[in-house]
Design a protein around this ligand. Structure first.
Ligand code: AMP
Length: 277
């Protein structure tokens, strides 16, 4: 991958990069289209597909994470992707099985709350793998989804802090027609879960409505979201937070332009969503 990337760069081609864990959907493909627009028809668009073991806790869904490489390739081909990078564990984590792999990248401020609080080892795995993928693909621009808002913020910070010479783009969340954010994990949902999973985007819409005219205490909105999620018996609220969209600092008073994120369990499946109010 590095050899190919160096050759493309020497030939003056711009490289656009979309890192994924596969089981691609239109959310991923919208990032691919964004990358293509940015590098132009003569540029190179690379998609990586790698289910990164270090961002999963031992109790999480690593071995069960959905995979369909044939379909992923077809989608990439259809979208004019130039290269799909499919690294092996042995390439990404040399010696890890024998306990020799020992270098990680950790963002220490933006990753403490929300997803980081619910999944304490998650972001160390994410920043580590993304840094490593950047070193392999050598992109000029990398595109991430707003769906994972905190992840995008951490990666932007890491890119600045570690002087990676590339531009980070955050592209909007793609949704199903009923508002559910597209996600590979939606494949785990039963029919009942699926019908009740719209509660995440509905909670965001309700909060947006609530702060339209005047600000509201965060504690009040959190209670309202908890009540709303309780109306869907299949769902269990993990967290809801209101914060500044750039710094991710929690706000005590929520107003127009504040950001909100929530996570809701449906059985063992944990769905996340977020939005600007
Ligand atoms: P994943 O394969 O879930 O790790 O996601 C790979 C990339 O796609 C990340 O940058 C995600 O934020 C992004 N992504 C996932 N779902 C969506 C969506 N519904 N809309 C836009 N981007 C998404």
């Amino acid at each position: 991958m590095q050899r190919a990337a160096l050759a493309w760069r020497r030939a003056g081609k711009r490289i656009g990069f979309v890192p994924t864990m596969g089981y691609l959907h239109d959310g991923h493909m919208s990032l691919v289209r964004d990358a293509r627009r940015r590098v132009g028809p003569d540029g190179i668009v690379v998609v990586s597909i790698y289910v990164n073991p270090t961002q999963f806790a031992p109790t999480e869904d690593l071995s069960k994470y959905p995979r369909d490489l044939k379909r992923d390739y077809a989608l990439c081909r259809g979208e004019g992707v130039d290269a799909v990078f499919l690294p092996s564990d042995a390439v990404m984590y040399p010696g890890r099985a024998e306990g020799r792999y020992s270098t990680y990248v950790q963002e220490e401020r933006l990753t403490l709350g929300m997803e980081g609080a619910s999944r304490p080892t998650h972001f160390r795995g994410v920043t580590t793998i993304v840094a490593k993928l950047f070193n392999c693909v050598l992109p000029d621009v990398a595109v991430f989804g707003a769906k994972d808002w905190q992840q995008a913020a951490a990666i932007r910070r890491m890119t600045t802090d570690l002087n990676f010479p590339l531009k980070i783009v955050v592209a909007p969340t793609r949704r199903e027609s009923d508002g559910l954010a597209m996600s590979s994990r939606n494949a785990y949902l039963s029919a009942v879960d699926r019908s009740q999973a719209t509660i995440l985007s509905q909670a965001i819409a309700a909060c947006r409505q609530a702060v339209k005219q005047s600000s509201v205490p965060a504690a009040e909105l959190k209670k309202a979201v908890a009540r709303l999620v309780k109306t869907r018996p299949a769902g269990r609220l993990d967290y809801v937070e209101f914060f500044d969209s750039d710094t991710l600092e929690p706000v005590t008073t929520v107003k127009r332009g504040s950001h909100m994120a929530l996570a809701v369990f449906f059985g063992k499946t944990r769905l996340i969503d977020n939005g600007r109010l």
